[in-house]
Design a binder for this molecule. Structure first.
Ligand SMILES: Nc1ncnc2c1ncn2[C@@H]1O[C@H](COP(=O)(O)OP(=O)(O)OP(=O)(O)O)[C@@H](O)[C@H]1O
Ligand SMILES: [Mg+2]
Length: 269
């Protein structure tokens, strides 16, 4: 058998696996919306490059993206985030892309915007990780697909911050960790999450921040107001659930500090 035949056969068997998993999944709409031909081609590409060995089950269907578990390189469990190209409300993405110097000249058609959006999430996660914030490690991005570190165990994603009940000591630790994370993102990564809430923090025993496509650099005209919203979401949640935390406590961390000079925030990257 020619090498290329063999490779095609391998790919075909992976495709079958994807299809089979999809049939098992009960969400028919998801099947059509998520797995258009081009997305399938991109999945085969990732499979060919070894980033995906098998598709697991659906984890979540959000407003814009679907998350699946999968087996990645070396058999590690990964999360596959696939932005739906056909049915995403993509016009609002423009407002977040235009103000970002990394993506300012993205074309205005649906596919270009969604691909830029996906790449933006990948770059933001990397940049947050480089600044020392616990986020899922992003392994690779391909058009509308990101392969991420899976946060959870054996196909079971970690619970959201919203769905765990912490004791008072843990709650204090989690609040301070998140307040520090907002400040570190701002000061060291020059980013604002812009959708931070109890719905975008996983809690596998400690907070892990997720969902960063909408996160913007400080050059964005709305960066300050997104920052204020993130801070007030954090305080609102911890106040109402645990009776702790204040806006002032978080804002105090945002002031430039001496140690910032060791690692100046970089506007690009
Ligand atoms: N790396 C990950 N590991 C495990 N589970 C994940 C991971 N990323 C996301 N999830 C799961 O998928 C859900 C949705 O992820 P995310 O918030 O990134 O997508 P979204 O498109 O914003 O969805 P939504 O519109 O519901 O917020 C999360 O709440 C979480 O349960
Ligand atoms: Mg989300």
């Amino acid at each position: 058998m020619r090498r290329s035949d063999k490779r095609e056969q391998e790919l075909d068997s992976r495709i079958d696996l994807f299809r089979k998993r999809l049939k098992d999944s009960d969400d028919l709409k998801v099947k059509d919306d998520v797995f258009d031909t081009r997305t399938l081609m991109n999945l085969y590409y990732l499979a060919k490059k070894g980033y995906l060995q098998a598709l697991g089950g659906p984890v979540s269907t959000g407003k814009e993206a679907n998350i699946f578990s999968a087996l990645g390189k070396g058999g590690d469990l990964v999360a596959l985030k696939i932005y739906r190209v056909a049915t995403t409300e993509f016009r609002s993405m423009q407002d977040y892309l235009r103000g970002d110097p990394r993506f300012g000249n993205t074309k205005g058609d649906r596919r270009s915007l969604i691909n830029a959006w996906t790449r933006k999430e990948y770059r933001n996660l990397l940049r947050a990780e480089e600044a020392g914030i616990r986020v899922p490690h992003p392994f690779v991005v391909r058009e509308n697909i990101i392969v991420l570190e899976f946060i959870g165990q054996e196909d079971q994603p970690a619970p959201l911050l919203r769905d765990v009940q912490l004791d008072s000591e843990e709650a204090r630790r989690a609040f301070e960790w998140l307040a520090d994370a907002i400040a570190t993102l701002y000061r060291r990564a020059a980013l604002v999450h812009a959708d931070l809430s109890e719905f975008n923090v996983l809690y596998p025993g400690h907070p892990v921040i997720i969902d960063m496509a909408q996160s913007v650099t400080l050059d964005h005209p709305m960066a300050r107001s997104f920052l204020r919203r993130d801070v007030s979401n954090l305080v609102r949640f911890f106040q109402s659930r645990y009776g702790i935390g204040s806006i002032e406590e978080v804002m105090a961390r945002l002031k430039p500090q001496a140690k910032d000079e060791e690692a100046p925030a970089n506007g690009q990257g």
